[in-house]
Design a protein around this ligand. Structure first.
Ligand SMILES: C[S@@+](CC[C@H](N)C(=O)[O-])C[C@H]1O[C@@H](n2cnc3c(N)ncnc32)[C@H](O)[C@@H]1O
Length: 255
């Protein structure tokens, strides 16, 4: 399925982080409106119940719900991302995640670090700002992960985002995240993966993808490295799988 790009011209959000500094913002309400991406059609058509509705947000934005959705694997998947971070780093989180994910990332980079969280949905941004209010090293803004509007990062995190976006968004997001990290930096992907043939959850997950996650099957049938443009400065690590192959983590380093 192909969606029209949302109606925006500039990088998501009005701020550009270059070598740790915020570049000057365009001034005035008009400039801000012009630079704020609108919520894409697939969010309204497919994920309204999960990410745009207040009820969905209330139900799902708690660790117990995230853990249930991930079949009890939330902590180890989140921990596997946390393990990739170090204190003092500049980190981008390419979309909000329900539960305490962002708090854990903010704590890991610590007061000397910087966590920049983006999301396409204003309600998700508002709620994540509240969650991170005690972490001055973290900021949250509206942006499309296809145009994160940052550069020179140590790490970009893409946690369960790729399976949620249409096919034409996936490669654009992957390549944009590579462009946002500095040479020597890395991009960490965690997402669904093709599970083992014997997996007892196969029929359930098949139904979940079919009914609720229409862009997930194409991700599990392919591979994350195949989404990236051929470039000599990216080195892919091995794919680590979890829980009978239902989940994957892959880290790509920028040389
Ligand atoms: C990263 S996924 C995380 C899903 C996971 N099940 C959880 O626990 O939250 C969900 C988020 O992606 C956001 N999102 C969807 N498309 C996006 C895009 N193109 N750019 C940035 N954020 C996007 C949604 O608004 C939502 O907040």
């Amino acid at each position: 399925m192909t969606y029209d790009p949302p109606s925006f011209q500039h990088a998501g959000g009005s701020k550009t982080l270059t070598a740790g500094r915020l570049a000057p913002e365009p001034s005035g309400k008009a400039a801000l409106a012009a630079s704020t991406p609108s919520v894409p059609k697939y969010m309204h058509e497919v994920y309204s119940w999960a990410y745009l509705s207040p009820v969905g947000q209330w139900v799902f934005d708690r660790s117990v719900s995230v853990n249930a959705i991930l079949w009890g694997n939330a902590d180890r998947l989140i921990q596997s991302v946390e393990d990739e971070l170090e204190a003092g780093q500049k980190v981008l989180q390419a979309a909000c995640v329900y539960g305490d994910f962002s708090k854990r990332m903010a704590s890991k980079v610590g007061p000397e670090g910087r966590l920049d969280v983006i999301d396409i949905a204003p309600n998700q941004v508002r709620q994540t700002r509240v969650k991170l209010s005690e972490h001055p090293q973290a900021s949250v803004r509206i942006a499309d992960a296809r145009e994160p509007g940052v550069g020179e990062l140590d790490v970009a995190i893409c946690f369960f985002l790729l399976h949620e976006v249409p096919a034409d968004y996936k490669p654009v997001i992957v390549n944009a995240l590579f462009d946002s990290v500095r040479p020597g930096g890395k991009v960490v992907f965690v997402d669904y993966h093709r599970m083992a043939g014997w997996h007892p959850l196969r029929p359930i997950m098949w139904s979940v993808y079919r009914l609720l996650e229409p862009f997930a099957q194409e991700l599990v049938d392919g591979s994350i490295p195949a989404l990236a443009a051929q470039r000599d400065d990216i080195e892919w690590g091995p794919t680590q799988t979890f829980f009978g192959g239902l989940y994957q983590k892959i880290v790509a380093h920028r040389r």
